[in-house]
Design a protein around this ligand. Structure first.
Ligand code: C2E
Ligand code: MG
Ligand code: MG
Ligand code: MG
Length: 281
């Protein structure tokens, strides 16, 4: 009967929910252990000046080394956000990045900016701004060497709050990039009030190049009008890069230049010799 079917569906639904909740709890518990046992790593992916092929910065991307395997942030960041453990994980990412910047200064007498991703919930945390300032101070990192990447969607959650936080970060000297630009629902009228320094064109629009270039062109124009730096994400081939160069996109990032690399490899490739800062692809 319909009623029995409905009830079956309900119990199926309940089972699914219970299963989901159980998976979430298990993942949360192991994320706690992961923090305690130092199972997170930062990989670094270079950002290049498209016209000179020079490395001008990098993005820190978290990995979880669990039982010898590397787990992608896409599979644990959402759970970390749901459970709140993103706050200490995010703090770890920022602290680690500050340490790397301090070490580069000591080892190579060289400064290359690092961009860190800040999750929505972490951005909403009142201690984010004081935490970042305090860590930069503790590791003696010049604020302009640390760039905060926030997705367009997180910024639009509460625009007034976003503006006031970004103002605090910007006036302290940190760089601010809007990540995955074009995938959220920015109100264009608010965009010009946001104290940001950079827009990152989402990979989805870069992968459409060169054939379908309407969105990428529009974002580039918008960035130029608003006096923002623009990074094209996810460049995978020469044709995409050629289009971006022809359209004056200043900065690029993607597998075509380099995959995200473990810290030691990144240092060897890009910092151990200054010549290496120029890519030869
Ligand atoms: P995102 O910040 O937009 O980072 C770019 C993602 O695109 C990275 O994936 C990077 O490896 C990947 N990527 C770069 N170039 C290419 C390319 O040419 N082709 C393709 N197909 N992919 C490319 P990853 O490292 O798996 O990170 C995925 C997302 O997880 C990030 O997107 C970011 O939203 C989040 N994430 C990563 N690390 C952190 C972190 O430390 N904290 C927080 N809150 N989120 C993070
Ligand atoms: Mg990012
Ligand atoms: Mg992105
Ligand atoms: Mg993304």
């Amino acid at each position: 009967s319909a009623k029995a079917a409905g009830s079956n569906q309900w119990s199926f639904f309940k089972e699914q929910m219970t299963e989901r909740a159980a998976v979430r709890l298990r993942t949360e518990a192991s994320l706690h252990d992961a923090l305690k046992n130092n199972e997170f790593l930062l990989y670094l992916q270079p950002k290049l000046d498209i016209s000179t092929n020079k490395v001008i910065g990098c993005e820190a991307l978290i990995r979880w080394k669990k039982d010898g395997r590397l787990i992608s942030p896409m599979s644990f960041i959402p759970v970390a956000e749901e459970t709140g453990i993103i706050i200490p994980i995010g703090r770890w990412v920022i602290e680690q990045s500050c340490k790397i910047l301090r070490d580069w200064q000591k080892k190579y007498n060289f400064a290359l900016p690092i961009a860190v991703n800040v999750a929505s919930q972490q951005f909403a945390d009142p201690s984010l701004v004081p935490d970042i300032k305090q860590m930069a101070l503790r590791y003696q990192v010049r604020p302009e060497l640390l760039e905060i990447e926030i997705t367009e969607t997180s910024l639009m959650n509460d625009i007034e709050l976003a503006i006031s936080k970004l103002e605090q970060l910007k006036s302290a000297g940190f760089g601010i990039a809007v990540d995955d630009f074009g995938t959220g629902y920015s109100s264009l009228s608010y965009l010009r009030h946001l104290p940001i320094t950079t827009m990152k064109i989402d990979r989805a629009f870069v992968s459409d190049l060169p054939n379908d270039s309407a969105i990428a062109s529009t974002i580039l124009m918008l960035g130029q009008q608003l006096n923002l730096s623009i990074v094209a994400e996810g460049i995978e081939n020469q044709d995409q890069l050629d289009w971006l160069r022809d359209h004056n996109c200043p900065i690029g990032q993607g597998f075509f230049y380099s995959q995200p690399l473990p810290l030691e490899e990144f240092e060897m490739k890009y910092l151990a010799s200054k010549n290496a800062l120029i890519s030869h692809i």
